[in-house]
Design a protein around this ligand. Structure first.
Ligand code: M6R
Length: 385
């Protein structure tokens, strides 16, 4: 039921704090209730000792105890659409922990799979667990001897049943064709899974990853703060009748830019594209005019480089909407409009920025009176190749 909302999509955007709380529940070790573990206890840290809190492993995944992935030497992600963007995010989390992974569009992988052996872990990221291309990719990988893992929202789905392992994102049912809360729950799940993989595969743990886990444990409240903002509606009022909409970002902001554009085109029917910010001058810049707003996603990493891309498009007359931390004055003062997010770890900031972009897409589609929950030509689950 939609309750007080006009659309399931809007309801599901609002449900993200609850969905995220379910995703992380019991999966992040905490020193005391509500408090995430930082493994160097403060007293010991002040003495300069390095201490592991007894029993604290950072993540506690019932389905994947420590050592589960000790035999894995290569990781591949296969996914489509929004789930592909979540997988790209997961790949970057792993890379920063010294674990290399590759991400493939499942429609391509199913036709020409990458080489695998029995030390390869192939992770299918699929909300529904029923996407034909993703299932076919997982089957091809299994035929090649790989171990397969389904990261999915649906218990009992084909992917969950067919794969060697499954991790459930626990976002609750998603009705709107546009994936919203499941993207947030996928990336939070990938944050947890990346931690287990990094420790098992590369014996890697770091202050940065502990910080990320700490912030993941409070993500429901942080997302709620973004949802309490009304900036997206104000931005939409200013920039809603334009030729095209571009989305740019670097690092984890790149998959968020692509996801922002996918959501936008899917439900507004307006032309939108997401680019790696550094790619602009290799072609897309030719499209930039005063009638092509550019959404620039900032996470706290690569700020100077993305700002120089912002100036490039502003020089061509394009209005820039920055999605940026509320205390980043330099960016806020440079862009033409800002959608602010709470100060956060860059990998968390990416999730928060995505929530702002979901709201932008929703409000534009609503203004244009589109059938938001069932966009033309699209299905919630794509069960044909
Ligand atoms: O169920 P899946 O995650 O495998 O679905 C993959 C895509 O079809 C899906 O994410 C699609 O791109 C969404 N409609 C985007 O909002």
């Amino acid at each position: 039921e939609k309750g007080r909302y006009d659309h399931f999509m809007r309801k599901e955007i609002s449900e993200q704090p609850t969905a995220l709380a379910q995703t992380i529940e019991g999966r992040i070790d905490a020193s005391e209730e509500g408090e995430p573990i930082v493994t160097d206890g403060s007293e010991a840290a002040s003495r300069g000792d390095s201490v592991s809190t007894p029993g604290a492993d950072g993540v506690s995944l019932e389905e994947f105890p420590p050592g589960t992935f000790a035999d894995v030497s290569a990781i591949q992600f296969v996914a489509c659409g929004t789930s592909y963007h979540a997988a790209l995010y997961g790949q970057q989390l792993l890379a920063r922990r010294g674990v290399s992974a590759q991400t493939f569009r499942a429609g391509e992988y199913a036709m020409s799979p990458a080489p695998v052996d029995d030390d390869t872990l192939v992770i299918g990221v699929t909300q529904s667990g029923e996407t034909a291309d993703t299932l076919e990719s997982l089957r091809r990988a299994a035929e090649g001897g790989a171990r397969t893992l389904a990261l999915t929202n649906v218990v009992g789905s084909t992917a969950a049943r067919e794969c060697d392992d499954a991790m459930f994102i626990r976002a609750g049912p998603e009705i709107g064709v546009a994936a919203t809360k499941t993207f947030s729950s996928q990336v939070a799940s990938l944050g947890l899974l990346a931690e287990r993989l990094a420790r098992d595969v590369a014996d890697s743990e770091s202050e940065d990853s502990r910080q990320l886990l700490a912030e993941l444990s409070t993500l429901p409240e942080t997302v709620q703060r973004v949802l309490d903002e009304t900036q997206a509606m104000e931005v939409v009022d200013r920039y809603r009748a334009m030729d095209s909409y571009f989305f740019i970002g670097r690092g984890v902001a790149h998959p968020v830019a692509m996801e922002g554009a996918l959501k936008f085109k899917e439900i507004t029917y307006e032309h939108a594209e997401g680019f790696a910010a550094g790619q602009l001058k290799h072609g897309p810049l030719a499209l930039v005019t005063p009638n092509t707003p550019v959404f620039a996603v900032f996470t706290g990493r690569h700020t100077d480089k993305t700002l120089s891309n912002v100036r490039e498009v502003q020089a061509r007359g394009a209005p820039v909407i920055g999605v940026v931390s509320e205390d980043n004055r330099e960016v806020i003062d440079t862009v033409d409009a800002a959608l602010t997010i709470p100060e956060a770890h860059p990998d968390v900031a990416a999730v928060l920025a995505n929530v702002q972009l979901q709201l932008v897409a929703y409000h534009v589609a609503d203004y244009l009176d589109r059938p938001i929950d069932k966009p033309r030509n699209l299905a919630k689950s794509v069960t044909v190749e």
